[in-house]
Design a protein around this ligand. Structure first.
Ligand SMILES: [Zn+2]
Length: 511
C-alpha cells in the first residue's frame, strides 16, 4: 500500500500523521490489508497463517493482558463479520440498490419473482389491440393464456360491461378463483372516477360429469345478456370432438353465437384441435412461466403430444436466469417405506430437508436489500397418486386412518402442511371450494400437498413432484420414464425450483 503511495509524499505524510506513526514502515504495520486475509474466492477458508497474521496485527493495535486475549473463535468471528457474508456497507450511489442474493433460497425467491413479472409478447399485445369479439387461445402450459384472458376481462369491465367467468370442470375451480380475484382487485388500481367498471359474475358447471349442465349454462348465460351484448370468459376449456366434454363446450359456443347478437367470448385451452369455427383461433407458443432449466424438462414431452398440443417456440428474449438445477430424490434404500413416495415417511423428511436448504419458511434475510425469503405457501407437493390423504377422523375426532406417509414425514420435520383433496373426491363440496380458494389466493402459509388435478392453472416457485400410482394402467408407459402427465400437469406448475421424487433409483429425465 505504501509502495503505491510513495510518489504521493503529501498523502503519505498525511497517512503517517493520522495513524500516529513516525515512519512509513510503522504505518504499514498498523494497517490491516486485504492480502492478510483469506483468498477472496474462498474467504471462508481461514488458514492458520491468516489467523497468525491477524493475531499479530491485533496484538500490535490492541495491547492487552494475556487473560483477555482473543481466542481463535473470536478471530474467526471478526473475519466473518468484516469480510464474510454478514458484511454490508452503505455507500451513496446513483443507481438503484443492488439486490443481494447470497443463498440458494434467495436465488430461487428472486428468480421466481422476476419470472412472475407480467410479460406480454408482441403477439399477445397485437391480439389485445385487434380485440376480436370471439377468440380461442391455445398453447402449451405457461404461455400466458390466462394472463391475456384476465387482461381482456379487465378491459370489458372498464368499458362498463358485466363479465361472466365460467368454470366448466371441478379441476378448474382453483384457477378460476384466482382469475376472479385478479379481476376483482385490478380495477380498483387502474380505474379513474370517469370509468365505471361493470360487474363480474362467476358460474360453476361440470361439463365432464353432467350433460344437463350444458343447457343450464346456455340458459343462465342467455339470461345475462344486456342490450344484445354478452361478455364471457372460459379458461381451461376443452373442445376435443371425440369427448363428451368437448362436444358440450362446442355446443355452448355454437348456441350462444346464434342466440346472442353481440357475443364477446374469449376462451383458452391447451389442445389446438377441434376449435369451434365461431372462434378466431390464436396460438401462443412462447414459454413465459418457467425457468429455462425446467422448460428443458417440459419441452420434449410437449413434442411427444404434438398432435394435440403445439410445440414451444423461442421468442429470442433470454430469461432472467437459467434457474437452479433440478433436484432428484429417490424413494429407495433404508428407512423408505411403502411402494410409492407419497406413502413414505422418509421421503417426506427428505423433501423437508430440501425445503430447509432453501430456507423455506424462515424469516427474511437480515439485509434490507435481500429478496423476501421463500414461504411455505410458495411450495406445491404434487402427485398423481389418487390415494393421498390427510388424517381421517371419526365424529369424536379420533384418527381412524393416519395421513399418507409423506404428509406425516413433512409434519414430523416441522413443515406446516395442507392436504387438498381433489374436487372430484370431495366429501364436503362447500368446504372443498373454500380450501381450494385458500390455496389459489395464497391465504395460508402452508405447503400444499395434493393431486395435481386440483391445482390446474396455478403456479408456484417451488414444486415437488412425487411419482405416484394412477388408477388407469397404461401399457405404453415404460417403467422408468417420467410420465407424460407428470410433466404436463405437475412439472409445468413450477416456475423456478423443481424437485422430483422417483420411485426407482435411476432417473430417465434428460436435461
Ligand atoms: Zn421414500
Amino acid at each position: 500500500m505504501m509502495l503505491i503511495m510513495h510518489p504521493h509524499t503529501i498523502l503519505l505524510h498525511a497517512v503517517c500523521q493520522s495513524l500516529g506513526a513516525d515512519t512509513t514502515a510503522k504505518a504499514v504495520q498498523l494497517c490491516c490489508c486485504s492480502d492478510q486475509f483469506s483468498q477472496p474466492a474462498s474467504y471462508w477458508d481461514v488458514t492458520p497463517d491468516v489467523l497468525s497474521q491477524l493475531r499479530t496485527w491485533w496484538q500490535q493495535r490492541m495491547p492487552c493482558t494475556p487473560d483477555t486475549q482473543l481466542t481463535d473463535e473470536q478471530y474467526l468471528d471478526i473475519v466473518a463479520r468484516f469480510v464474510g457474508p454478514a458484511t454490508t456497507v452503505s455507500v451513496p450511489c446513483y443507481n438503484g440498490v443492488r439486490v443481494e442474493v447470497r443463498t440458494a433460497g434467495q436465488a430461487v425467491a428472486e428468480l421466481g419473482r422476476r419470472l412472475a413479472l407480467l410479460v406480454l409478447t408482441l403477439q399477445q399485445l397485437d391480439l389485445m389491440n385487434r380485440d376480436p369479439p370471439r377468440v380461442c387461445i391455445t398453447g402449451p402450459p405457461g404461455t400466458g393464456k390466462t394472463v391475456v384472458l384476465v387482461q381482456q376481462a379487465l378491459r370489458w369491465l372498464l368499458q362498463g360491461n358485466d363479465v361472466q367467468v365460467i368454470s366448466t370442470r371441478c379441476s378448474t375451480r382453483a384457477v378460476n378463483a384466482l382469475i376472479t380475484e385478479q379481476i376483482k382487485i385490478s380495477p380498483s388500481v387502474v380505474r379513474t372516477a370517469s370509468q365505471i367498471p361493470g360487474k363480474m359474475f362467476y358460474h360453476r358447471f361440470d361439463f365432464y360429469k353432467r350433460e344437463a349442465d350444458t343447457d343450464t349454462a346456455i340458459k343462465k348465460l342467455e339470461a345475462c345478456e344486456k342490450d344484445g351484448k354478452l361478455f364471457v370468459l372460459i379458461d381451461e376449456a376443452h373442445f376435443i370432438a371425440r369427448d363428451d366434454a368437448g362436444k358440450r363446450h362446442t355446443k355452448l359456443i355454437s348456441e350462444l353465437t346464434q342466440s346472442v347478437p353481440e357475443l364477446h367470448l374469449w376462451a383458452a385451452c391447451v389442445q389446438h384441435i377441434d376449435i369451434p369455427k365461431e372462434l378466431q383461433h390464436e396460438e401462443f407458443t412462447v414459454p413465459l412461466r418457467c425457468a429455462p432449466v425446467i422448460q428443458r424438462v417440459i419441452t420434449p414431452v410437449v413434442k411427444m403430444v404434438s398432435k394435440q398440443v403445439r410445440e414451444y417456440t423461442d421468442c429470442g428474449v433470454p430469461a432472467p436466469g437459467d434457474g437452479p438445477r433440478v433436484v432428484e430424490l429417490s424413494h429407495h434404500g433404508n428407512d423408505h417405506t411403502g411402494q410409492w413416495p407419497a406413502e413414505c415417511n422418509k421421503c417426506g423428511k427428505e423433501v423437508a430437508a430440501e425445503l430447509r436448504r432453501l430456507d423455506v419458511g424462515r424469516a427474511g434475510g437480515t439485509l434490507t436489500n435481500s429478496p423476501a425469503a421463500l414461504s411455505y405457501r410458495d411450495v406445491f407437493i404434487l402427485t398423481r397418486s389418487s390415494e393421498l390423504h390427510d388424517d381421517v377422523k371419526d365424529d369424536a375426532g379420533n384418527v381412524t386412518s393416519p395421513a399418507s406417509g409423506v404428509v406425516r414425514g413433512l409434519r414430523d420435520a416441522g413443515v406446516p402442511v395442507c392436504v387438498l383433496a381433489q374436487q372430484d373426491a370431495q366429501q364436503n363440496e362447500e368446504q372443498g371450494e373454500k380450501d381450494l380458494e385458500s390455496v389459489a389466493l395464497w391465504k395460508k402459509d402452508e405447503v400444499t400437498v395434493t393431486h395435481y388435478g386440483a391445482v390446474q392453472g396455478l403456479e408456484r416457485r417451488v414444486v415437488v413432484v412425487l411419482q405416484g400410482k394412477t388408477k388407469v394402467a397404461d401399457k405404453h408407459r415404460r417403467k422408468n420414464d417420467i410420465e407424460v402427465v407428470d410433466i404436463l400437469d405437475a412439472v409445468s406448475r413450477c416456475t423456478t425450483q423443481l424437485i422430483m421424487v422417483k420411485k426407482e433409483e435411476k432417473m430417465c429425465v434428460v436435461l
